[in-house]
Write a protein that binds this ligand. Structure first.
Ligand code: PHE
Length: 469
């Protein structure tokens, strides 16, 4: 077998994996999902899931990828064809996430230009302007296509190393601006109510839907459950410490999410905005906050949206790459053909998703395309994908092989190996099954139940035809 290409350096790998993890999930999705799910209790459950399930699943993805030396589908298929579907499910998740992610990426890109064009001059109109923008049938489509073209160019040219270099500079910048926003927000009168909302758990707010939302957020934010980190792990050199890498990426991702929360909520409470404001949160709060700071504020806002766009790009490139790698490895497409055919489908999905926000286009069980793609992936496919991976690693692979892989043949100390193995073999699969079951049951009260059941049926269908995939 040809020797597999390796990452140039340790820091190169961490930046790529963190680049995939840190994205719209942290800065756009985490704050508004926390807001919609009641705040503190959601955040606490999210943190517990990240530490116990997220970290363990990431380590499993790295270990399986490096052990098999293959991308997502191949890693499963080469062991047992009955498991091919678990990899294919990841590819489907990649498609569906790319059916709405570029829509939001396009908003971020658009806001770079809107801020430059003087959006902050009229702070009172920022909220309405966002609402009008995303429900407009044509403008967001143009930005989405532009954003997707950036992805296509990067992936076709195989120059993701270029974008990672940009990430190396812009990620710390993003972190820095979030700190500026947080400090500014915290000094506003009434800001402490926001911190309380975010960090003081009100357990009466917990129910099956909130817990499933926290689980889904953990998977989405860490780029888990769809083969992305398996693929990245397959390029990792045999001498790298997997445990340490998984811990660093998990910690960085979580730090950015929490910081984004601290940047948003105090300001929102100070401005008297609704915490459950929904997907517009960052796009309204950040410009409104910076509008108070005069010309400097515009510069900060501009840097923020540039950095957000790049953070989104380093994530969506990894999503597109999972789909493209599948078409190249398993379906013998050329790279060009793989990128163009998959992105054509993605554009169509994104058009449906974008239009659905203005109430246009087909609905399923009363739900528009944007929410369908989000529900299927965030609530069902990623978590169940992670569950399948844990069952596969725990029950289908040999314990000694996993031990060798995770400890680099016993040369790296990992005192918690036994605990991790018990988690992936028993605790995580059972926990995910229980959380999914309760979340789906509760979903029947809010209308999302039928879509989630549809998701389970899709997984069952793929499992049944696994050997033919
Ligand atoms: N983790 C990315 C984000 O937070 C999204 C993502 C999900 C990327 C799954 C790859 C795989 O924005």
């Amino acid at each position: 077998m040809e020797k597999r290409e390796n990452w140039g350096s340790k820091i190169g790998f961490i930046m790529a994996a963190a680049g995939s993890a840190v994205g719209l999930g942290n800065i756009w999705k985490f704050p508004f999902t926390a807001g919609q799910n009641g705040g503190g209790a959601f955040v606490l459950v999210y943190l517990i899931f990240v530490a116990l399930i997220g970290f363990s699943v990431m380590l499993t993805e790295f270990a399986v990828g490096r052990r098999r030396q293959l991308a997502a589908v191949g890693a499963f298929k080469s062991v047992d064809k009955r498991w091919t579907f678990a990899g294919v499910l990841g590819v489907l998740s990649g498609f569906l996430i790319m059916g709405f992610y570029p829509v939001v990426g396009g908003w971020a890109l658009a806001y770079v230009f809107k801020v430059a064009g003087g959006l902050l001059n009229n702070p009172g109109a920022i909220g309405d302007s966002f609402g009008a923008f995303i429900t407009n049938p044509s403008a967001p489509l143009m930005w989405m296509v532009l954003y997707l073209i950036l992805n296509v160019v990067i992936v076709v040219k195989g120059i993701s190393s270029g974008i990672e270099k940009a990430g190396k500079v812009l990620m710390p910048l993003l972190f820095g601006i979030l700190i500026v926003i947080a400090i500014k927000g915290l000094t506003l009168p009434g800001a402490m109510a926001g911190m309380e909302f975010l960090f003081k758990p009100d357990f009466s707010k917990l129910n099956g839907s909130v817990v499933l939302a926290a689980l889904g957020q953990a998977f989405f934010s860490l780029s888990l459950g769809m083969g992305c980190m398996i693929t990245y792990g397959s390029y990792l050199s045999k001498s790298e410490n997997l445990v340490q890498n998984a811990a660093i990426v998990t910690a960085m991702d979580t730090a950015v999410a929490l910081l984004a929360g601290i940047a948003m909520f105090p300001a929102m409470f100070a401005f008297g905005m609704e915490p459950a404001a929904g997907p517009g949160l960052v796009f309204v709060v950040v410009p409104t906050l910076f509008a108070e700071m005069g010309a400097m504020g515009s510069v900060f806002a501009l840097m923020f949206f540039v950095a957000l766009t790049v953070a989104a790009l380093t994530s969506s490139v990894s999503l597109l790459e999972v789909v493209v790698a599948f078409l190249i490895d398993e379906k013998q497409f050329s790279r060009k053909k793989a990128v163009f055919s998959s992105s054509t489908v993605m554009v169509l999905l994104c058009i449906l998703a974008s239009l659905s926000l203005g109430g246009v286009g087909p609905k399923l069980f009363g739900t528009g395309a944007f929410d369908i793609f989000d529900l299927l992936t965030d609530k069902i496919f990623l978590a169940i994908g992670g569950m399948l991976l844990c069952i596969f690693a725990g029950w289908r692979l040999k314990k000694e092989d996993l031990y060798d892989e995770v400890t680099n043949k016993g040369t790296v100390e990992f005192g918690l190996f036994g605990a991790w193995y018990g988690l992936i073999k028993f605790v995580i699969p059972i926990t995910i099954a229980v959380v999914a079951f309760n979340g789906i049951r509760q979903g029947f009260e809010s209308g999302s139940g039928p879509i989630m059941i549809l998701g389970i049926c899709i997984i069952g269908f793929f499992a049944a035809i696994s050997k033919k995939l």
